[in-house]
Design a protein around this ligand. Structure first.
Ligand code: BG6
Length: 535
């Protein structure tokens, strides 16, 4: 349905502009892993966007630490080349880039050697003298095995100690542990050197605008929340489908797999936004407590409610692609899953009895992340002559990426003398209402750390509750490797067993598709239904 039936785009823009714009306090950002992919692809571009938005203070500076022997000038040049390449024809905003690059300094160092940290301490002390900036944000953009050691060295060097006008915070990247025990051990280790409010555990899905919008959708609108429970919701589907394979990360992925890589972190974040109880404020601890409670209420996942898959060779966008077992650094008989679908139950008053179906996989037919909330069907006495499967349920679909927006499907009468029911949809697309903002998804996250807002970050107990929910499954898989891999073709929609998982409950996955024409979900509605009689 056309957007003309909803509020005017001008109104939406005005509402968006009410958000106060503020600048982060002066600080030094120290990036461990300055030469790595994450720094190049996400952290530095996010900083550049923050500069463009005027969010960084004049006294802001970056110190990049890594093992490579290079000068500050060489580091700046390699980042400039990378920024230019990614901006392509549009070119970079030279003023913003020069503002940022002149504040970037490189320091060669080893993440486990005390000498690196004494040197860093000297640099930070010099900065304090020159610019009176004692606030420091340490960003661990390193391999996970360095998280504990770097924090330990920071602590031993006295770099985690805070004083008035000099806060110290640490961003820890994903993966935070590879199971419950390792997450608990890592938490215990780093909490020896930092207090919980100094730790910012990132899940980059929370940096996505559309994920943050779920809370606004639920709690700033009067129409959704009254329906948001087991009386009205039939089931929820959460899909994170990717077209990419393992992208040269075979070594990491072999010991990780789709479950660990995506479920207790990214998919659970989406689950939390959809399923959590309303927080009483947006205070970080209030929101995080609600999320943790939701994870604690997840019924332990049992293998019978899970389907795992691994992609075989196939065709994607007209191009032949290899099977997972032929990816670099992958074992020829690998039992690592590249797809997982689960049925979850949440044992609380709001959701008991409502299945939450989650699925994620690599090399699927389209790249799409979406959440579909399917409402209970209407009682159909009035439409008795209509086959029930053709009286469609209402579905609220939240499209997280790439086509950001949401749609509501419902039944409508086709114009004419007989009652013919057809499935129609109202659609909201971000692009129709809001100016696109250039972002890589890390802008809000970095800015929030600088202003000390931990709402979008994981607390120790949240991370552990998420691992606890899947630990039984990890244990059971450890003793029972899959023996039917590969079991789906690259370019498809995943293993057939995933369809049976829902069919058992009389449900079906929505198709995996990236394009969302404004009248969505028609194919599932089938042909119009004719009901005898006149209205
Ligand atoms: C990462 C996973 O955390 O998230 C990757 O390790 C995955 O395997 C990626 O591809 C997905 O993130 P996005 O933002 O591209 O959807």
């Amino acid at each position: 349905m056309s957007t003309a039936t909803t509020i005017a785009p001008e109104t939406a823009t005005t509402a968006a502009n009410i958000r106060p714009s503020r600048q982060a306090p002066p600080a030094t950002l120290v990036i461990f892993g300055a030469g790595g992919d994450l720094t190049k692809r996400l952290v530095v571009p996010a900083l550049y966007h923050l500069v463009q938005a005027g969010k960084l203070a004049d006294e802001f500076a970056v110190i990049g630490v890594d093992r490579n022997d290079q000068t500050t000038e060489q580091w700046r040049q390699s980042l400039t080349a990378m920024m230019q390449a990614s901006a392509q024809a549009a070119g970079i905003d030279t003023e913003a880039w020069s503002w940022l690059s002149h504040r970037m300094h490189y320091m060669r160092g080893n993440f486990t050697e005390p000498e690196t940290f004494s040197q860093l301490k000297r640099l930070l002390a010099e900065r304090l003298k020159q610019s009176n900036t004692g606030n420091v944000l340490f960003y661990l953009a390193t391999a996970a095995r360095f998280f504990g050691p770097v924090i330990e060295q920071l602590g031993r060097a006295g770099l985690t100690q805070q004083s008035a006008g000099a806060w110290r915070r640490v961003i820890v990247e994903k993966p935070f542990g590879h199971d419950l025990a390792s997450a608990q051990a890592l938490n215990a280790w780093i909490l020896k050197f930092l207090s919980e409010d100094q730790i910012y555990r990132i899940d980059h899905f929370l940096g996505k605008e559309t994920v943050q919008n779920i809370l606004v959708l639920r709690f700033a609108n009067g129409i959704f929340e009254p329906l948001w429970n087991r009386d009205h919701v039939d089931h929820v589907q959460i899909t994170v489908a990717e077209m990419v394979g393992v992208e040269g990360r075979g070594r990491f992925y072999e010991t990780t797999g789709a479950l660990r890589d995506m479920v207790p972190n990214h998919l659970f974040q989406l689950l939390a936004m959809i399923g959590m109880e309303p927080p009483i404020s947006f205070d970080a601890d209030v929101v995080r407590a609600k999320k943790t409670e939701l994870f604690q209420a997840i019924h332990p996942v049992v293998p019978e409610n899970v389907v795992r898959g691994q992609y075989g060779a196939g065709v994607l966008l007209g191009r032949s692609v290899l099977d997972y077992r032929h990816e670099p650094n992958v074992a020829p008989d690998s039992a690592t899953e590249t797809y997982v679908a689960l049925k979850l139950g949440i044992d609380n008053w709001r959701w008991a009895g409502v299945p939450f179906y989650l699925r994620t996989g690599k090399r699927l037919s389209a790249r799409t992340t979406e959440i579909a909330v399917q409402f209970r069907r209407a009682p159909y006495a009035l439409f008795r002559d209509t086959p029930v499967e053709r009286l469609p349920a209402n579905i609220l679909t939240l499209r997280i990426q790439p086509d950001e927006g949401l749609s509501v499907s419902f039944s409508a009468k086709r114009p004419g003398s007989e009652i013919e029911i057809d499935g129609v949809a109202m659609d909201f697309a971000y692009r129709d209402y809001f100016e696109p903002v250039e972002a890589v998804g890390y802008e809000t996250l970095i800015f929030d750390c600088l202003i000390g807002d931990a709402t979008l970050f994981q607390r120790a107990d949240t991370v552990e509750a998420a691992w606890r929910a899947v630990q039984g499954l990890l244990d059971s898989w450890a003793h029972d490797p899959a023996n039917d891999f590969p079991n789906y073709a690259a370019g498809g929609s995943g293993p057939e067993a995933a369809d049976r998982l829902l069919a058992r409950d009389g449900n079906a996955w929505l198709p995996i598709r990236a394009d969302h024409p404004h009248t969505v979900i028609r194919p599932e509605f089938g042909a119009p239904n004719t009901v005898k009689g006149t209205p």
